[in-house]
Design a protein around this ligand. Structure first.
Ligand SMILES: CCN(CC)CCN(C[C@]12C[C@](c3ccc(C(F)(F)F)cc3)(C1)C2)C(=O)Cn1c(SCc2ccc(F)cc2)nc(=O)c2c1C=CC2
Length: 398
């Protein structure tokens, strides 16, 4: 995989039969509203240009803070390196699908945000899914934004001639743990909010599907009315990476309309064990080789069930960052140095993860596609896969 060329992220092209469109939705405008990036099957159009990978430079500011590196220098480097990157999806292209689309709600990891998992979301959309990648406002994202109404004084000053004449953009950045603050209460509160935000995103999609007009705070050229009767809301899954993997479990527990979950390198720490018996849906744990440890795996094992399908595979040669888009960004040596790449070619790793995911979704959403050709991957039957995990889990004392 050569270096990503100047403006095209080195993301591998999608394999599915559909062209992919991408747009953004926010409603309402407050931090309590729903905010997600939508990936969907679209008409082939020359008119649309590719969507931006990271739409605002404030995201790079936030990322620098999250990584505890100097903001001014790194924000400029990030912008220089990644500022013009496009993803393999057409911005605001018209929705098009011959059949009702199954739906996936995607939840990002700690310090990430809604646009950083496009290799996964674009692949699913190319295979006929509508994917809403949520941007969480629990202060776990590197950065996110929302709006507030102008106050009289702001109106008086008539400063920002923002498109939403009476709305002022507000940025929320990653909340670091305060000195001496215990982590679990914060993370547990955040995972509950994250699950509510995934459920709220599904509610918004449900309204679009029933033809209810909603006012998108963001100025997009996308025709949202075209989504009427476009979704198969009996076939909805929730998916996420790391903290987003914990969000999968919490969301399954709270919302029975999520028929199954796919957790990529789930970080189990934020979860309360007492919810585990309440999760009744199938779960697929897809793990990297380097991120897992006994305590984390043993929490996943507590979800094992004789009656509900719970599957786990580990992808050889992968690291935690093998799932987000950053793994495609740099050449090999820098990528390995920064732990953005493992030993395995990132395109092969994400391809295995995506195909195993599609096979699992076909099985548990009852799709009539040919994704069952990848069923062996669910059982780890591949040279680059390990069934279950390579972490030795001491049988926890009964
Ligand atoms: C010192 C900071 N310390 C914060 C607690 C640990 C920071 N950290 C390791 C990092 C993320 C890293 C990263 C990104 C991006 C570049 C870049 F150079 F490519 F931009 C480089 C290096 C820094 C690898 C993680 O948090 C790992 N992690 C993640 S990483 C999700 C993510 C974040 C930002 C992204 F751009 C893409 C993906 N999501 C989780 O849910 C959990 C964990 C750990 C437990 C739960």
């Amino acid at each position: 995989m050569g270096n990503a060329c100047s403006n095209n992220l080195g993301i591998p092209p999608a394999n599915g039969p559909n062209h992919v469109g991408c747009t953004d939705f926010m409603m309402d405008h407050t931090a309590q509203g729903s905010f997600f990036r939508l990936y969907y099957p679209c008409q082939e159009t020359e008119k649309s240009e590719k969507a931006d990978w990271v739409p605002c430079r404030e995201y790079f500011n936030g990322l620098a803070d999250f990584m505890k590196i100097n903001r001014t220098l790194s924000e400029r480097i990030f912008n220089y390196l990644f500022g013009s990157f496009k993803i393999p999806a057409f911005l605001d292209a018209p929705f098009k699908s011959r059949e009702k689309c199954p739906v996936v709600i995607f939840s990002h990891g700690l310090g990430a945000f809604r646009t950083l998992y496009s290799a996964i979301c674009v692949e699913l959309a190319s295979q006929g899914f509508i994917v809403a990648s949520v941007e969480h406002r629990d202060q776990s994202a590197s950065a996110t934004f929302y709006f507030h109404e102008k106050t009289d004084s702001e109106n008086a000053s008539k400063t920002s001639a923002s498109a939403q004449s009476n709305l002022v953009k507000e940025w929320m950045y990653y909340r670091t743990l305060r000195h001496g603050e215990s982590e679990f209460p914060l993370r547990n509160k955040q995972v509950k909010q994250r699950a509510d935000e995934c459920i709220q995103a599904l509610d918004r999609l449900t309204k679009f599907n029933s033809g209810i007009r909603m006012q998108n705070v963001l100025q997009t050229q996308f025709d949202w009315a075209a989504l009427e009767n476009s979704m198969d809301l009996c076939r909805v899954a929730v998916m996420g990476h790391s903290f987003g993997g914990a969000t999968v479990i919490e969301s399954l527990c709270k919302e029975v309309n999520f028929k199954c979950g796919v957790a990529l390198d789930a970080w189990m720490f934020p979860l309360d064990d007492e919810i585990f018996p309440r999760v009744k849906q199938p779960i697929f744990f897809i793990n990297s080789e380097k991120f897992q440890w006994a305590g984390n795996i043993s929490r996943m094992r507590k979800l094992d069930s004789a009656v509900i399908q719970r599957k786990m595979i580990t992808i050889r040669g992968t690291v935690h960052q093998s799932f987000p888009d950053f793994t495609f960004l740099t050449g090999n040596w820098l990528g390995k140095l920064m732990k953005l790449k493992g030993e395995i070619d990132p395109a092969i790793a994400i391809d295995l993860s995506n195909k195993a995911t599609l096979a699992f979704l076909q099985r548990h959403l009852g799709l009539e596609k040919n994704f069952n050709q990848w069923d062996p991957l669910i059982d780890g039957e591949d040279d680059n896969l390990i069934p279950g995990t390579n972490v030795t889990v001491l049988q926890s004392a009964m």
